[in-house]
Design a protein around this ligand. Structure first.
Ligand code: ATP
Length: 666
């Protein structure tokens, strides 16, 4: 027992000492891991879309194998729908998860299965999303500050970003705003190179680009490809999908993978492709763009039933000819060793802390909101013009009996107008922004909380300005109840309502899958809130099943608050015995005699907090998830049994060994 106790004590001291040991500087080790050239190998990658009521099972990729090596550009070519993006997503480990998709096969980077590899990867998707009001330099500086290790000085981070700007030929645009469809900024090709630069901040060795040349003119496309080729020559492994490359672009590709209907028609060096196709009876005509020739060979000509049959038999021939001679690569993986090797190297660089990120995101959001002059001017005009219109309609309202109804109407249109303006603006901006934010979250740049806090802080002052403009215009024009307290409360209620409507926009925007869906659902769901907003149905008459609606109706809380503020203590000219003499009588009719402005604001604040929390929860839950590769031989077994059934169905009951092996492999 004493020996055991002694040994335990010694071990405990050792463990504590070990734990106290200063960890290795993270970035130093990271450089080691990230600096290793990357060889990507994939074998038997098969992607199936399960059958639904309306369609049969679809095979998107079938037994696709290949390899991409450092220092070379590999292009994935194929007709539209041949599976290029699906393959690229799979190689990046970013095929969106779906219950309908089943992904099989092996993808490794330096022998490590893609699921276990934490090394940074640059993945440039087709859509280039940025904060439109930031300049090229600001965009990259912020990305550098987010991504590079915390123990690197800000100046060094900026220098690193500036070096990327030079490397990707963006020097002439450094101070130009990125722009969007509303305000013109940098060109499409420059956006693509900026996307690439943003991805390169994390110093990845592997670069994947989905259709980097699509939508660009020949000059811009060539510049983007030249950047990719330069990166490959600097030791990166570059894989990109390309739709219809010109010969100059095609010539920049060292290797190609030709996909036809999700299967490989050729994979290997670009230089070897002409001989391969010539051997199969398809020589390269003179002065022909090789890419066009290959794509013609693997595309179906739909002009007539004969041409369809002819193309199908040619494609089958090309697919099976390539399949017979292609060497199977990388099906055996030294998983454990390599995983351990990579894991033993400290990978994750320590980045900015929580507050550093909030500060940086706040700066970005602030620039985005305050610099967007077009949006701000249109919001100003909308608030000012609607206030002018309401002011003109209810000009100097007075206090006759008929003004009771007018006041109720005015306050109602004020609440609806304020809420709609804030809601639609938020829906428009947030649904698009959330796609970009999700992308940055996948890169691990920051979390939902940091994004959310900084966004709210940055937008608050600007969002408060427009309700102020509206209130300060409409109030004196209409001459609502006098008194500074009343005016300030009016502004406060309208501002709080505007924030709550914006928070509702965030909630709907986060919940809905697209901007279009959010714009359809958001305003239409307001109709119910308006109906139960206090003017059309009094609280007492709300049916039991709908009693929850007024409680969550931001229109109702704002309307009730504005009515209480306006009518309490107000007196009307009463000539007939049945005339209403005071505003309190009006409130009594509306069942709000006990209500106070404070109470309505507390109810409104509850809705606001609920919307924020719900948005936060949805964003956290909706973090993009990716399909995991299913390993093992299950697919091979499945296919093998499928081949046996096919063989039984044949008239002579036999298949040649070569055919059976080929089909089982596929
Ligand atoms: N999640 C999915 N649900 C339904 N069909 C899908 C899904 N993913 C891919 N597909 C289908 O798989 C096929 C291949 O899609 P993929 O986007 O990979 O092709 P592509 O070669 O990149 O096409 P393009 O050049 O037009 O972008 C298409 O027919 C596509 O509709």
């Amino acid at each position: 027992v004493p020996t055991l106790l002694f040994t335990a004590a010694v071990n405990t001291v050792r463990v504590i000492r070990h734990a106290r040991k200063k960890p290795k500087p993270a970035n130093q080790a990271t450089v080691t891991a990230a600096d290793r050239p990357v060889t990507v190998e994939w074998s038997n990658v098969t992607c199936k879309l399960s059958a639904s009521k309306s369609s049969k099972e679809k095979i998107i990729l079938e037994g696709v194998s290949g390899v991409a090596t450092p220092g070379r550009v590999l292009a994935i070519l194929g007709p539209s729908g041949s599976g290029k993006t699906t393959l690229l997503n799979t190689l990046a480990g970013r095929l969106p998860a779906s219950s309908k998709i089943h992904l099989f096969g092996h993808v490794t980077r330096n022998g490590v299965p893609v699921d276990h590899d934490d090394q940074p990867v640059a993945y440039v998707t087709q859509d280039d999303l940025f904060f439109s009001q930031l300049t090229v330099r600001e965009t990259l500086h912020i990305a550098a500050q987010m991504t590079l290790p915390a123990n690197m000085s800000t100046d060094d981070k900026h220098r690193f970003a500036d070096a990327l700007i030079r490397k990707l030929g963006l020097l002439s645009t450094v101070n130009t705003r990125v722009g969007d469809e509303k305000s013109r900024g940098i060109s499409g090709g420059e956006k693509k190179r900026l996307s690439l630069a943003c991805e390169l901040i994390s110093t990845p060795k592997l670069i994947l680009c989905d259709e980097p040349t699509s939508g660009l003119d020949a000059f811009q496309a060539a510049k983007v490809m030249a950047s990719l080729r330069d990166l490959a020559q600097a030791g990166h492994t570059v894989i990109c999908s390309i739709h219809q490359p010109s010969s100059s672009i095609f010539n920049m590709c060292d290797d190609i993978v030709l996909l036809a209907g999700g299967r490989v028609a050729y994979a290997g060096a670009t230089a070897d492709a002409p001989a391969h196709f010539e051997n199969l009876g398809y020589p390269m005509p003179e002065r022909c763009n090789p890419a066009e020739r290959y794509l013609d060979l693997i595309s179906v000509d739909f002009s007539s039933s004969e041409t369809v049959a002819e193309s199908n038999s040619r494609i089958d021939k090309l697919l099976s000819a390539f399949h017979r001679h292609v060497p199977t690569r990388g099906s055996k993986h030294d998983t454990d060793d390599e995983v351990q090797k990579v894991k033993s190297i400290q990978q994750a660089p320590s980045r900015l802390g929580m507050f550093g990120k909030v500060r940086l995101l706040f700066q970005r959001a602030w620039k985005q909101v305050t610099r967007d002059k077009k949006t701000n001017i249109s919001r100003f005009m909308s608030s000012f013009m609607s206030a002018l219109l309401f002011g003109a309609i209810y000009w100097r309202i007075g206090n006759t009996q008929t003004t009771i109804q007018d006041r109720l109407g005015l306050l109602q249109v004020c609440t609806i107008n304020t809420a709609m303006t804030a809601l639609v603006k938020t829906l428009n901006v947030f649904s698009k922004e959330s796609v970009l934010v999700n992308r940055e979250r996948v890169r691990g740049s920051y979390g939902v909380a940091q994004y959310f806090i900084s966004k709210l802080l940055a937008e608050m002052p600007v969002s408060a300005f427009f309700p102020l403009v509206f209130s300060m215009t409409v109030y004196p024009m209409v001459r609502l109840s006098s008194g500074l307290g009343k005016i300030l409360r009016f502004i406060g209620i309208v501002t709080l309502e505007s924030f709550t409507a914006a928070s509702y926009g965030l909630f709907i925007g986060a919940l809905m899958p697209s901007t279009e869906a959010a714009l359809a659902v958001g305003p239409s769901s307001f109709v119910l809130q308006i109906v139960f907003g206090g003017l059309y149905v009094t609280d007492e008459n709300v049916p039991g099943w709908a009693s929850w609606i007024p409680r969550i109706s931001l229109i109702k809380h704002a309307y009730e608050g504005l009515c209480v503020n306006e009518f309490r203590g107000l007196e009307f000219q009463a000539e007939r015995p049945y005339d209403v003499k005071t505003g309190d009588q009006v409130l009594q009719r509306m069942t709000w005699e006990d209500s106070t402005v404070l109470k309505t604001c507390i109810s409104q604040a509850r809705v606001l907090v609920f919307n924020y929390l719900a948005t936060f929860a949805i964003l956290t839950l909706k973090k993009p998830r990716f399909e995991k590769l299913q390993h093992g031989n299950d697919i091979d077994d499945e296919e093998e049994s499928a081949v046996i059934i096919e063989a039984d169905d044949l008239p002579n009951g036999q298949l040649s060994a070569a055919d059976a092996t080929s089909k089982a492999g596929a």
